[in-house]
Design a protein around this ligand. Sequence first.
Ligand code: NAP
Length: 246
Amino acid sequence: MLDILPDRYTALITGASSGIGYALLNQLLSSSRAGRIITVTRQPFAIDDERVISLTLDATTDEGRSALNQQLAGQPVHLFFNAIGLLHDDARKLHPEKRLDQLNADSLQAIMHVNAFTPALLIASLMDSFKGTHCCVIASLSARVGSIADNNLGGWYSYRASKAAHNMLLKTAAIELKRLNPTSIVLCLHPGTTDTPLSKPFQARVPSEKLFTPDFTAGQLLAVINKRTPEDSGSFWDWAGKRIEW
Ligand SMILES: NC(=O)c1ccc[n+]([C@@H]2O[C@H](COP(=O)([O-])OP(=O)(O)OC[C@H]3O[C@@H](n4cnc5c(N)ncnc54)[C@H](OP(=O)(O)O)[C@@H]3O)[C@@H](O)[C@H]2O)c1
């Protein structure tokens, strides 16, 4: 698993306590190749494996990113997998918008902040761990609905826009990172509809064969990552290994 990474690699997973992030963590742990896995979650998170260092912090804040930066102290990270994402939150009255008259600035700001600004700010604050000459893969979960070319249905304004912005920020970071680490590979990934708290309210019309388990999705995404080379840096892929148009 993940032959493109060196033996005893260091991985960082943000959003590791739920859905796809948690499944991916378990898949990395199922192999002896992982040296150290740093997990970032907002609530305390215990996993019984001495290779895991669990950090409790909120990566969407400056304080959280600064604490993470201090913990990493510039040590090389070979895989950064970002699984943070927000689509709905009843407590904050955040729901995907169907029509323009449902748009409001607070919701747009909240979704943009978590889905687009946070991954880019994480990369910015952890550059000391990414630059150099070591193999470095940054894989961040996007969504096909963030593809402007693929937008035939409309709706979900803020989530779509946040993923499109995510993709632009990651693509731009890929170009800069290439100069700072020629072996870097920055990827935007679409996991497919996966049975997690994020998709739960929207699963009713999804045929069962198109609703993936988090385990299946994590395995697919690892296989997609494993086939990439530095020439692929700054690209957008789905769970089946097909490229997605921006
Ligand atoms: N599930 C799908 O069908 C699907 C489809 C397309 C794209 N995606 C994308 O895949 C990624 C992972 O989603 P998932 O399905 O695994 O969802 P999930 O189970 O709800 O997990 C989302 C993760 O995001 C973090 N998060 C959520 N809201 C946050 C907030 N306000 N501030 C900070 N962190 C927050 C949580 O981190 P903590 O661990 O700190 O709680 C959680 O681990 C997302 O980017 C999502 O957009 C999912």
